[in-house]
Write a protein that binds this ligand. Structure first.
Ligand code: GLU
Length: 489
């Protein structure tokens, strides 16, 4: 049977990265096995689900590159893929279970159930399990408002072999006659999930381990369904430990960026987010860095751990920096960084070979795309717009450096061909003649050329800027330096 996995988020806000990890493992498994990754939106919580949150799910998954084979906007044979559009299907399944005697219509009001609970608690303390008086009654009016409930067993156990947790089992005595359909016809989570996983042919369910306690109810439903469709088999289950913050509490926005789209805003790479999330709970020896294709090839359920992992920003940033510096080509980075340059008011085409060339040295000092844009800024900003860091200007564009910068401009103008070796031999010969050390030349030149005190090496910076701009900036630096001299003198 081919693999069919799904991601079934409840669209009630931003898509959380802890939740995405469950999607990622399913997606990796589908891509590795040639199976199908299905997206289903569990939007039956009418108060909390919003169209914006649904749109955020699509946008987040698309940004991450977790494409779905079936689901909203992709179509498929098992649609619709929004639970709010599947009401008829839930009703139909509930009716079949009622006809089979596995479920029943319950007319007990909330107050009646409360009274039964209170009575139980007086006599036995905690542990009330609702067994409806309507389990055996047949005098209810099917047209009157009612809840459809499951006729829960009280003997025996319900268990399964979890891919992460191993053998898990819950006593049936813990079950109550759990609700399947509300009076308004909307399914409760366990029933909607069961009907959808069943009808969508899901073979493996991966989700957070907060759902361990729900799995027995879903398994009881599959078991009951065998009376309707012989041979019905439940999917396999893989429950994943939650992601923790550094303080050991569930990772949330208090701890850092919890929403997928925040990572996009901050200029992280989706590949780095996926790599880091994959490693939070899964291992492959002691390897840390994986491309998307390597994750697909190497992912294995056997290597998913049971203990919760802590989100560590430093580790994530290491993964991010490695992807930026080593796993992307400079041409790819050019496309990604161009909008960040535009946001700084620097227009340069992603295909511009000067941009691609400048990325190689600059990326070595950058972790995020905005940092990369910052490091590239002065290469593409018109000379007249170049700004200078105040401290660098004060320290290096001085009376002493003015004539040196002017001379350097002349050497750069005369360099033929205009390349690193020619520049280096001309400049070092001059420095030897004048008994100048690199520190007398390189820092003032750097400030004049880039406006900053940190940049790639002098010769590299000159070549990347080009001859004309280098000369113009060195001359402007010399002028600023002599002006500084007038002011201080
Ligand atoms: N909508 C549920 C959630 O987001 C889905 C759980 C499941 O995957 O079954 O937690």
């Amino acid at each position: 049977m081919s693999v069919r996995v799904r991601f079934a988020p409840s669209p009630t806000g931003q898509l959380h990265i802890g939740n995405v990890r469950t999607a990622l493992y399913s997606w990796l498994w589908a891509r590795q096995t040639g199976g199908a990754f299905v997206l289903r939106i569990e939007d039956t919580d009418e108060k909390r689900s919003t169209p914006e949150a649904v749109a955020t799910v699509y946008e987040s998954l698309r940004w991450l590159g977790l494409d779905w084979d079936e689901g909203p906007e992709a179509g498929g044979e098992h649609g619709p893929y929004l639970q709010s559009e599947r009401k008829a299907l839930y009703r139909e399944h509930a009716e079949k279970l009622i006809a089979e005697g596995a479920a029943f219509r319950c007319y007990a009001t909330r107050e009646e159930i409360q009274a039964l609970r209170a009575d139980y608690e007086v006599r036995h303390g905690k542990g009330f399990r609702f067994r409806s008086p309507w389990r055996e009654r047949t005098d209810g009016d099917p047209n009157a408002p009612h809840t459809v409930r499951f006729r829960a067993p009280s003997e025996g156990d319900t268990g399964w072999e979890d891919l992460v947790y191993g053998a898990v089992s819950y006593p049936n005595a813990e079950q109550q006659d759990f609700p399947l359909l509300r009076p308004n016809g909307l399914p409760l989570y366990n029933f909607g999930c069961f009907v959808d996983d069943l009808t969508m042919g899901i073979t493996l369910v991966s989700r957070g381990d907060d759902h361990l306690v729900n799995t027995p109810q879903q398994l009881l439903l599959y078991r009951a369904w065998r009376a309707i469709a012989a041979g019905t088999e439940p999917p396999r289950f893989a429950h994943l430990p939650i992601v923790l913050g550094p303080d050991g509490k569930r990772f949330s926005k208090r701890h850092g960026a919890a929403a997928v789209l925040e990572y996009r805003e901050k200029g992280y790479l989706p590949e780095a987010v996926l790599n880091y999330l994959a490693r939070l709970g899964w291992s492959h020896g002691d390897e840390e860095i994986f491309t998307r294709d390597e994750l697909v090839a190497k992912f294995a359920w056997e290597n998913v751990g049971r203990s919760p992992s802590k989100y560590d920003l430093k580790k994530f940033e290491h993964v991010q920096a490695t992807h930026l510096r080593e796993k992307k080509s400079d041409a790819e980075l050019a496309v990604l960084v161009a909008p960040h340059l535009a946001a700084r008011g620097v227009e340069v085409a992603a295909e511009d070979p000067r941009l691609v060339a400048a990325i190689a040295p600059v990326k070595l000092r950058a972790t995020t795309l905005p940092e990369l844009a910052e490091g590239l800024d002065y290469f593409f900003r018109p000379d007249a717009d170049l700004t200078y860091e105040a401290k660098g200007r004060r320290k290096f564009l001085t009376e002493e450096s003015a004539p040196r910068l002017a001379h350097l401009a002349g050497l750069v103008e005369a360099a033929e061909p205009f390349d690193e070796p020619t520049l280096e031999s001309a400049i070092t010969a001059w420095m030897e003649r004048e008994e100048l050390a690199m520190k007398h030349v390189a820092q003032p030149a750097r400030v004049a050329l880039t406006g900053r005190t940190r940049s790639p090496g002098l010769y590299e910076t000159l070549v990347l800027l080009g001859q004309a701009r280098s000369v113009a900036r060195l001359r402007r630096g010399a002028t600023l330096a002599s002006e500084a001299a007038e002011v201080s003198g």
